[in-house]
Ligand binder design. Structure first.
Ligand code: SF4
Length: 1017
């Protein structure tokens, strides 16, 4: 049968439109009609379930691949669409997710390993064998030469600081676990991940305030709010599908949505109310809200009294004066925190005054502390008109009643500041005062950025961390006992859960995972083999050392630090001092090519750069099995839908192969402290290529002997997977890499792969995937009921007491059999059992938040009524201080941000996204543009003390001129998406402009507020 095209068909039948209509009406023989119908494109395609690799909404996707399993058919993904069953995304994808196919097939996908020799101007293709042999040799030689077994005091520290490693933020948890074992076995302390650059301050702030440093509620739960405050984030652009639950709150719940942001952004376009603010002044705004709530008596009294530390009495010697808390030492730029504590009774418990009359109780101290932030002062500092500020105060205050809630959505707009942790703490205090923590439709919703940065934070991939939010031991903690005593808190109130008292069980179970049978009680479970830290080796600190020539080797896995770190020119100079750099990435990144001359975009002389570089191609999300954690702590399992392109390997295979070779070298040659390298448990079916499934089970943990309960009954047989963390032991009979992941893969199977989207109430879907801890979806949910167990709002009841235990739509975040009225506090991770308005010694810059100016600020200190202008304990390296500018030369406040169509520096490699946003631009307010003679589309140069970028000007009314302390102030918006690699037009890395100063607690850089100048080119 010859084929009949549409045109030939029309000619042959002698018809045109009328004939076509006849076809539609069914008057044409079936054989001809069948030939005209386009074949259903998904016919015979294989469907695979996965998740979007970009943001932390974690949208479900269905990937369709050709290749139906026939022997020589190689699957290739040709179509991706949203998973309609996914409870959050319900079939939606944003422009980033819609371009995923182009990411998978990007021309920038690396196909084979390549090598750049010192001084060379080109890449050379090499084999995996050559690459991994050479890397193992380089690592071993550097480690053997520079390993530090004991410090100058003679303490055993077992660390290696001349080589460091950056872990990804989109790789699976299973890769993360292998990263940790790989790095810590060798003694690497400079292990860090993207969390350092995004939500580090969230973890510090929410952990110290509430007990856990994570988003409290979930994406779908946003629909239960009466009020939504979006500040320090822009979810309509950065988390578009998650944002639909804000719209749902408006539609279903008549929620009032408010946006406070330097730009009238796309979230503001959908909101009911928008207020402008000067970038970097958020803490002043929020402290003003605290003052408003306390001075207008708009707090949820019963909640505050029962569920916060409002009534606890603070030591007499704790004071605050002129921007400083008690104990400041200007020489060391640090605090002696001893006075930041409660008064104690004879038993060591915190004293309290339930009547709240004592002037030294926390609530009264907070009232006094915040009283300086009057609406007038707030307006002067922030530039927000006073009436707009008061509108936000009044609207939030409307939720101080038990049956209304506000949710707060924030992201990097709050974290990227030298006082980011304190900004977030202030917001948490507002929610505590309003009784909005633990409530459906309430909470502190930290919108994490990358698809698995929550997971990598959970897994302890930060320089001084261990999995499950434990700390890596420091030099002074020389014995296991000293360490455990130092990190295991005692209850501050009688009868409180103080769940961290179980730390020894979590820690010993981790050690059994790391060292296996080598970990015994006699050797303190291999405690000595863990590297100890003497100082932070966070990314900023480590690049400082690199710039000083003190670092030899660096591994960047799924990370593009040249584009992501602040002050790109300084970072490039630091990378140029390395002896070797290893990049592991699916894409060809700027970091791998930092030595290439790209003209104005990267002006270097390759001949002068003596770094040898290995560029190793890895798989992407679509080519691997594994799990990732979304912002709401849902651990979701995904499946490979295709094989890797060319010779690319999975991350596990790359790490497994290098580590196996390294171990073989140590076994054969010996070397510096070989024990941790050789004793690290790496007992996978194929050590060179661990399977995601076996690693995931290892993360959950096993019984290593029969486990008995208190009555002596065996509850778990040797070899069985742990059902949850409650069965963990500190006697070496259980193993678990990450205690909060216990329950994710049990004897009942892989809980992360579950797909029951039944709504058990208020949008809760506990049968979909699995959430840490213990599959709880709403953290602190016991606080949604009063102490007697009655819901504050019957329409928002999510758990209930059934007479014997807690039940309901969610898993209670509470001891399951502690009845109503037992007096046990609902914040079970806190040693007080309650949320902290006063955070004691948990943060280095103060137990109450305070507004400090960004490091580069247009404001003079005296205008704030205090002499201390900047965060007094923010770390300042002299090199960075020398690269700070002032308002005389750089008069405008700049802030970086993301746009809907692009995700950081990844989507510029995806053709669809590059088409949508092909060219770099900056946003300039119309009044500033007029003054500088800039029209829309003109090219402009934006410069800071650290360098310049050039881009097209978008002249807009979205950035208003503000009146700040009587001064007319303009702000400039800098999207950070372009670079010199990828499918979009070449552009400047926006981080050329940004300063390398970080949040005092987490060292997360101040990307959101710095000074620039703007000129028309
Ligand atoms: S980028 Fe985020 S919102 Fe967009 S599709 Fe991916 S996960 Fe969903």
């Amino acid at each position: 049968m010859t084929s009949l095209g549409r045109r030939a068909f029309l000619v042959n039948t002698g018809t045109c439109v009328a004939g076509a209509s006849a076809v539609a009406l069914g008057f044409v023989p079936p054989r001809v009609q069948a030939q005209e119908t386009r074949q259903y494109k998904l016919l015979r395609a294989r469907e695979t379930r996965n998740n979007c690799t970009y943001c932390s909404v974690g949208c479900g996707i269905l990937m369709y691949s050709l290749g139906d399993g026939a022997k020589n058919a190689k699957p290739s993904i040709f179509h991706i669409e949203g998973d309609p069953d996914h409870p959050v995304s319900r079939g939606s994808l944003c422009p980033k997710g819609a371009g995923l196919v182009d990411f998978i097939h990007s021309e920038s996908r690396l196909q084979y390993p390549s090598y750049r020799a010192p001084g060379s101007q080109e890449w050379t293709r090499i084999s995996w064998e050559e690459a991994t042999d050479r890397i193992a040799r380089l690592l071993k030689d550097d480690r053997d030469k520079n390993f530090i077994q004991t410090n100058e005091k003679g303490e055993r520290v077992n660390r290696w600081i001349s080589t460091g490693m950056l872990a990804s933020s989109a790789a699976s948890n299973e890769t993360g676990l292998l990263d940790f074992k790989f790095a810590r076995a060798m003694g690497i302390v400079a292990l860090d991940c993207q969390a350092r650059l995004c939500h580090g301050p969230t973890v510090a702030a929410l952990g110290s305030s509430l007990g856990r440093g994570a988003m409290t509620n979930s994406w779908v739960d946003i629909k239960n709010a009466n009020v939504v405050l979006i500040m320090g984030g822009n979810p309509a652009e950065a988390h578009p599908v998650g944002f639909k639950w804000v719209v749902e709150a408006k539609i279903r719940n008549a929620a009032h949505v408010m946006v406070v942001d330097p730009r009238f952004n796309r979230s503001a376009a959908v909101a009911d109310f928008y207020a402008p603010i000067r970038a970097g002044s958020d803490a002043a705004f929020l402290l003003g809200v605290v003052n408003y709530l306390l001075s207008h008596d708009k707090i949820q009294h019963e909640y505050v009294a029962a569920y916060t530390n409002a009534a606890l009495i603070v030591r007499d010697d704790f004071q605050f004066h002129d921007g400083l808390f008690t104990g400041y030492d200007a020489k060391t730029r640090s605090y002696d925190m001893s006075s930041w504590e409660y008064e104690r009774d004879g038993q060591g418990y915190a004293k309290k005054d339930p009547t709240l009359q004592n002037p030294r109780c926390v609530l009264n101290l907070l009232r006094e502390h915040a009283s300086r932030y009057t609406p007038e002062l707030v307006s002067q500092i922030t530039g927000t008109p006073e009436k707009d500020f008061l509108h936000v105060c009044e609207t939030l205050a409307s939720t101080s009643v038990p049956d209304r809630t506000a949710t707060i959505l924030f992201a990097l707009g709050w974290t990227h500041h030298t006082n980011g942790s304190q900004i977030i703490r202030t917001a948490a205090i507002i929610q505590m005062l309003l009784g909005n923590i633990g409530m459906p439709g309430g909470g502190m919703n930290a919108l994490r950025g990358h698809s698995n940065i929550q997971g990598f934070t959970d897994l302890g991939l930060l320089s001084t961390r261990l999995p499950g939010y434990m700390n890596l031991p420091k030099d002074s903690q020389q014995t296991l006992d000293t360490y455990l005593q130092g990190v295991t808190p005692k209850a501050d109130e009688q009868g409180e859960v103080n769940y961290w008292h179980n730390t020894p069980k979590f820690f010993v179970s981790l050690m059994k995972t790391l060292w296996g049978d080598h970990a015994t009680a006699a050797n303190s479970w291999g405690y000595d083999w863990l590297p100890k830290w003497d100082r932070s080796y966070d990314m900023l600190a480590y690049f400082e050392l690199m710039g000083q020539g003190k670092v030899n080797g660096y591994i960047a896995q799924g990370f593009n630090p040249l584009a992501a770190m602040p002050d790109k020119n300084q970072m490039r100079a630091a990378l140029s001092k390395l002896k070797f750099l290893i990049t592991i990435d699916p894409l060809d990144t700027e970091t791998a090519n930092f030595w290439q001359n790209e003209g104005v975009y990267n002006d270097v002389n390759p001949k002068e750069i003596q770094t040898e570089v290995f560029r190793l191609p890895s798989t992407c999300f679509a080519e691997e099995n594994g799990s990732i954690v979304n912002s709401a702590r849902w651990v979701q399992w995904h499946f490979a839908g295709a094989r890797p392109p060319g010779e690319a390997w999975g991350d596990g295979r790359i790490l497994g192969t290098i580590f196996t070779k390294l171990r073989a070298l140590y076994a054969k040659e010996g070397g510096a402290c070989p024990e941790p390298v050789l004793n690290m448990q790496w007992n996978y079916r194929d050590p060179e290529e661990p399977l995601a499934e076996e690693v995931a089970r290892e993360a959950n943990g096993y019984a290593l002997a029969d486990i008995q309960d208190a009555s002596g009954a065996v509850v778990l047989r040797k070899g069985e997977l742990l059902p949850d963390f409650s069965v963990m032991k500190d006697d070496g009979t259980t193993s678990s890499y990450c205690w909060i992941f216990a329950g994710s893969w049990t004897q009942a199977g892989n809980q992360m792969a579950r797909r029951d989207n039944t709504d058990t109430g208020l949008g809760n879907t506990p049968g979909w995937a699995w959430a840490w801890p213990a599959n709880r979806r709403l953290l602190y949910n016991r606080a949604s009921l009063d102490p007697q167990g009655r819901p504050w709002d019957p329409r928002r009841q999510i758990i209930e007491w059934n007479g014997q235990r807690w039940a309901g739509a969610d898993v209670a975040d509470y001891p399951p059999t502690s009845p109503p009225g037992s007096g046990v506090g609902p914040f079970i991770m806190q040693s007080e059992g309650v949320a902290r308005l006063f955070s004691r010694k948990a943060l280095v810059d103060g137990p109450f938040p305070e507004h400090y100016e960004p490091t580069e600020s247009p404001i003079a200190g005296a205008a704030l009524g205090k002499t201390v202008r900047h965060n007094p304990v923010a770390r300042m390296f002299p090199d960075d201080v020398a690269r700070m500018g002032g308002p005389e030369q750089f008069p405008y406040v700049a802030t970086t941000y993301s746009v809907t169509e692009l995700f950081r520096h990844w989507t510029k490699h995806s053709r669809l996204n590059a088409i949508m946003q092909p060219e770099q631009f900056v946003e300039i307010g119309d009044r500033l543009a007029e003054r500088l003679g800039i029209a829309a589309g003109d090219r402009v140069r934006v410069s800071s003390k650290r360098g310049y970028i050039e881009a097209k000007a978008v002249v807009t009314k979205r950035l208003k001129r503000l009146n700040v302390l009587g001064q007319q102030l303009d702000q400039v918006g800098i999207p950070c998406h372009w670079g010199f690699k990828g499918a979009a037009r070449k552009g400047f890395l926006a981080n050329t402009l940004t300063p390398a100063m970080g949040d005092a607690n987490s060292q997360t850089p101040e990307f959101k507020a710095f000074l620039v100048n703007v000129e028309k080119i």
